[in-house]
Design a protein around this ligand. Structure first.
Ligand code: HEC
Length: 166
């Protein structure tokens, strides 16, 4: 039997073990690397955006360029909960990505709106549009994502411009 005096240290031990287990899980997530090609003319901006994506979009979207794999485990409901896999899903032109960030995807059902706003939202949109869809299987009659027009973002709103100046 565990005596009353033993319970407190035991609880502490369990808490510590739990924390260690969590820490090792988190560390395992970082084993894949962000892989923005060095010859990208927007290397710095896209590299930062990949980090932002990793921080706030990785729970739901798989995307090799940001080293993320989503997190839903059930294969049948995975696509609905996880959202599109950006390795294969083309996201051009870029303004559709900004729209999705502002509105929480296109259905507004699962994805939270405004996870990023202002300059960061634009930066992440540019990154996603640039690199999404590169792993898509080639289909006859369909232009490969990389050769579809990237498009341009609408001019920043007054608030976004003000945030960018800070
Ligand atoms: C809670 C899960 C979740 C998070 C977090 C999330 N998304 Fe989504 N996202 C989804 C789901 C589910 C869809 C598909 C349904 C829809 O469009 O409403 C989606 C759709 C999208 C689309 C439209 C894709 C298409 O072609 O239909 C884009 C672009 C997108 N997300 C980008 C992002 C970005 C960028 C972030 C981080 C700022 C992010 N998402 C964070 C779940 C998420």
């Amino acid at each position: 039997m565990i005596s009353g005096r033993m319970i407190r240290p035991l609880r502490l031990l369990i808490t510590i073990l739990g924390a260690v287990a969590l820490a090792s899980l988190a560390a395992a997530c970082g084993t894949e690397k962000i892989s923005i090609p060095k010859d990208d003319p927007n290397y710095q901006a896209n590299y930062e955006a990949a980090h932002l994506f990793q921080q706030r979009c990785s729970g739901c979207h798989t995307f090799n360029y940001a080293a993320t794999m989503g997190s839903a485990a059930n294969v049948r409901t995975k696509q609905a909960i996880n959202g599109p896999n950006f390795n294969v899903r083309c996201e051009r032109p870029v303004d559709r990505v900004l729209y999705a960030i502002e509105n929480g995807g296109f259905s507004g059902a699962y994805m939270p709106a405004n996870i990023f706003v202002g300059a960061q939202a634009r930066q992440v949109a540019q990154f996603v549009a640039t690199y999404a869809g590169r792993g898509a299987p080639k289909q006859p009659g369909v232009t490969t994502c990389q050769f579809q027009p990237l498009g341009t973002l609408p001019p920043p709103t007054a608030t976004a411009a003000a945030a960018a100046k800070k």
